[in-house]
Ligand binder design. Structure first.
Ligand code: NAD
Ligand code: DAU
Length: 355
């Protein structure tokens, strides 16, 4: 059996492919456009694995996707491919609409065509799993209950609006065409291979370079952090046992204010890589800098993940304390990986965002 994983050279996609090949005896066709966020080094661990076939391509290229589906006949498509960075979506939204909406639409169309040529048994067993985000539910007040799968969608930035839109298309393909779809809405991930424009790897990178740790606004915005390995396991379980047409929330049971996350990172770094005595700072905490807030910055996200726990028996295995410690250690041990991803594009982005 074979699955097609899109966005496989990105942060979560790469973790998923590595996790899949270590847990399952099934081939993975992994497709990625290799945008600035996609990096083949993320898949270096499985480069030699005969069950892994990497294809450079775009989910919006219908001819290529049709060809792949008919050649490899996967039993499932797992769609991670997306433009995923909220701040970039504020500067240049169009790519988000192109990949997240049109790309998802074309992938759904190809899957529908492919499915209609399958025999009854294979058609019944086929799954299209769409990976989405808690951001579609919008911002919550401090004491509001966590978002369940039935909360109305209130996306507040171009990224989350494009993801919400893609989810509506996925839902429509189930109801209109009977395509066997599943959707997951996950909270903020952290762990190995995350591109250092996102908060946690950015803070680790800047701290080690003794640069400011940019904290937006008052730093009291709340996110629910989940270790990426727990997300990958949840997706495997939903693919295996989830009911078609259903949406599953995935969350870390771990709400933290951004400033708290930044402080925890400083504490861990102070211990693992103490500041050298010859500098103007005595601790990484000295680098914390409050900067202009993100426009439309959602104040709080919180995910109610009781459905996936009750129906499929999933719960996060990592606590934030164990997950964040592993993550910092991974970045310290993989400085070469960080150096390789910091291309010209990265430097231009940092200039533009934090100027
Ligand atoms: P990422 O930006 O690290 O990776 C996205 C990958 O998709 C990159 O490798 C990129 O090259 C690829 N890609 C972009 N456009 C493509 C296209 N048109 N065709 C093929 N490949 C394309 O993102 P991530 O953090 O790994 O997120 C993966 C998915 O999970 C996204 O759909 C995102 O919305 C969702 N998600 C992310 C988080 C998070 O905290 N990172 C949380 C919940 C959901
Ligand atoms: O909630 C899930 C979402 O999490 C995913 O859907 C997105 O794909 C993923 O990128 C992530 O979005 P965020 O915007 O929450 O991630 P980011 O790491 O960019 O920011 C986390 C929080 O930290 C957010 O409240 C903004 C804040 N922040 C971020 C950066 C980059 C800062 O305070 N300073 C920064 O420099």
């Amino acid at each position: 059996m074979t699955i097609l994983v899109t966005g496989s050279a990105g942060f979560i996609g790469a973790n998923f492919v590595i996790d899949w090949l270590s847990e399952m005896d099934e081939t993975v066709i992994s497709l990625d456009k290799l945008t600035y966020a996609g990096n083949l080094n993320n898949l270096a661990e499985v480069e030699e694995d005969e069950r892994h076939v990497f294809v450079h391509g775009d989910i919006g290229d219908s001819q290529q996707i049709d060809r792949l589906l008919h050649t490899y006949k996967p039993r499932a498509v797992v769609n991670f491919a997306a433009e995923s960075h909220v701040d970039r979506s504020i500067h240049e939204p169009e790519a988000f609409l192109q990949t997240n909406i049109i790309g998802t639409f074309r992938l759904l169309e190809s899957s529908r065509r492919y499915c209609s040529d399958l025999n009854e048994k294979r058609k019944r067993d086929f799954r299209f799993l769409h990976v989405s985000t808690d951001e579609v539910y919008g911002s919550l007040d401090e004491d509001a209950p966590a978002s369940t799968e039935s909360k109305c969608y209130q996306p507040n930035n171009p990224y989350s609006a494009s993801k919400a839109s893609s989810e509506h298309l996925v839902r429509a393909y189930y109801h209109t065409y009977g395509l066997p779809v599943l959707t997951t809405n996950c909270s903020n991930n952290y762990g190995p291979y995350q591109f250092p424009e996102k908060l946690i790897p950015l803070v680790i990178h800047n701290a080690l370079a003794h640069k400011p740790l940019p904290t937006y606004g008052d730093g009291l915005q709340i996110r629910d952090w989940l270790y990426v390995g727990d997300h990958c396991r949840a997706i495997r379980m939903v693919l295996d046992e989830g009911s078609c047409g259903e949406v599953y929330n995935i969350g870390g049971l771990n709400e933290k204010a951004n400033i708290e996350v930044v402080r925890i990172l400083c504490d861990i770094l102070n211990e693992l890589r103490p500041v050298n005595g010859n500098t103007s700072i005595t601790s990484y905490h000295d680098l914390i800098t409050f900067v202009k807030d993100r426009p439309g910055h959602d104040r709080r996200y919180a995910i109610d993940a009781s459905k996936i726990e009750t129906e499929l028996g999933w719960r996060p295995a990592e606590t934030f304390a164990t997950g964040i410690q592993k993550t910092v250690e991974w970045y310290l041990d993989n400085q070469e990986w960080v150096d390789l991803v910091l291309s010209g594009d990265y430097h231009q982005w940092i200039e533009r965002q934090y100027a």
